[in-house]
Design a protein around this ligand. Structure first.
Ligand SMILES: Nc1ncnc2c1ncn2[C@@H]1O[C@H](COP(=O)(O)OP(=O)(O)O)[C@@H](O)[C@H]1O
Ligand SMILES: [Mg+2]
Length: 350
């Protein structure tokens, strides 16, 4: 009785705990957190200095006593303590935003495919110790598909490719479950590394990670473009050791990214090959849906379409598909029950 009473007033939170970005959705309020998953800590006293956007701005610019960390790698918690601190910070911000007497939210949170039980439990535990009352864990592509507006409960094949920062999740979903899938570590961050490598090999230029990402977003592409794009690329000349700026164009960056694009296309083809033919026929008719921030790479949809011979579209508001999927799950208890995986022994039913 008491817990039902609490449940009534407790905020309901949907969370996309991503390698690059953490998004939170409060029922009835919409997306309330959309920030980089980055934390800056003062090593002298272990206190948090900044979280999210403010911490990201410090990357590569810190004195020795300030440590900027990304607590997640490939969507998996690499640093439990920092993840918990980050979640707590966001929970508190959400709570303070609108004074409610009871701060402990019920949470639906996503984990990538292929995580171990221990890794999954860590996500549940981090959310619980950061203040969640109850945690339900959902596989990321399931949430992404729901957020993209797909009715996953039908007996029909839907292929969803969520291109994040640390991993690309390829999944075929039917009857609210993942039938065939693969999680590969080629996604946004690998593309940044491709650009860093290219600048080093071709121009003897050492780039920072944020510069590489900026170039990728500004002029990166997977297929030839109608217009020619250029950007300034600033780094350190490896021969002179001095700063240097050069102009790069879309063709050069496309060449740098080519290996990753090809790898993603090949993995998608491999999944299609092992997917039952009935489901492949559905995917042929419905098309493949791309979600995640990495889906914004120019022409990635076309490259995948060319490679597979299937229609491909990028979901609307692709970067927030996963968190919007968790939000829809908060409203659909039946579906949530069908897709939720117990996060830890502490989890109660709903
Ligand atoms: N316009 C863009 N073009 C290419 N990549 C992009 C673009 N916008 C964002 N990204 C990439 O998307 C990734 C973040 O996507 P997101 O789905 O938030 O990742 P995660 O869920 O792993 O945190 C980053 O690697 C970022 O560089
Ligand atoms: Mg993600």
């Amino acid at each position: 009785m008491w817990s039902r009473f609490l449940g009534h007033f407790t905020k309901q939170l949907g969370i996309d705990l991503g390698t690059a970005n953490t998004l939170m959705y409060v029922k009835g309020k919409g997306i309330v957190v959309n920030e980089p998953s980055v934390v800056a800590i003062n090593r002298r006293n272990d206190k948090i200095i900044a979280v999210g956007e403010d911490a990201l701005a410090m990357v590569g610019k810190t004195p020795p006593h300030i440590q900027v960390t990304k607590p997640l790698q490939r969507g998996i918690i690499a640093d439990f303590e920092v993840t918990e601190k980050m979640l707590r910070y966001f929970f508190e911000r959400v709570h303070n935003d609108k004074a409610l007497a009871i701060p402990r939210p019920r949470v639906v949170i996503c984990v990538p495919l292929d995580v171990t039980e221990v890794e999954r439990k860590a996500v549940g535990d981090a959310a619980t110790s950061a203040g969640a009352r109850e945690v339900l864990v959902v596989e990321e592509p399931i949430a992404a598909a729901i957020g993209a507006g797909i009715d996953i409960s039908e007996p029909a094949g839907n292929m969803i490719i969520n291109v994040g920062a640390g991993s690309t999740e390829i999944a075929v979903i039917s009857l609210s479950g993942v039938v065939t899938s693969k999680s590969v570590s080629i996604a946004g961050e690998e593309m940044n590394r491709n650009i860093i490598q290219y600048a080093r090999d071709v121009f003897n230029l050492l780039l920072g990670e944020r510069v590489a990402e900026h170039i990728k977003i500004e002029i990166g592409s997977a297929i030839e473009l109608n217009e020619k794009l250029e950007a300034n690329m600033r780094g350190r000349d490896l021969l002179s050791g001095l700063p240097r700026e050069i102009v790069v164009n879309d063709a050069q960056i496309r060449e740098a990214l080519g290996r990753s694009v090809k790898a993603i296309v090949d993995h998608v083809k491999a999944i299609l090959e092992i997917t039952p033919p009935e489901l492949v026929a559905d995917i042929y008719q419905r098309g493949i849906v791309l979600t995640g921030g990495g889906a914004l790479l120019r022409g990635l949809d076309d490259a995948l379409s060319r490679g597979t011979g299937l229609p491909v579209r990028v979901a609307e508001e692709t970067s927030s598909c996963v968190v919007r999927g968790t939000a829809k799950l908060l409203d659909d208890k039946q579906l949530l029950n069908d897709v939720a995986i117990p996060a830890s022994d502490l989890v109660k039913g709903i």
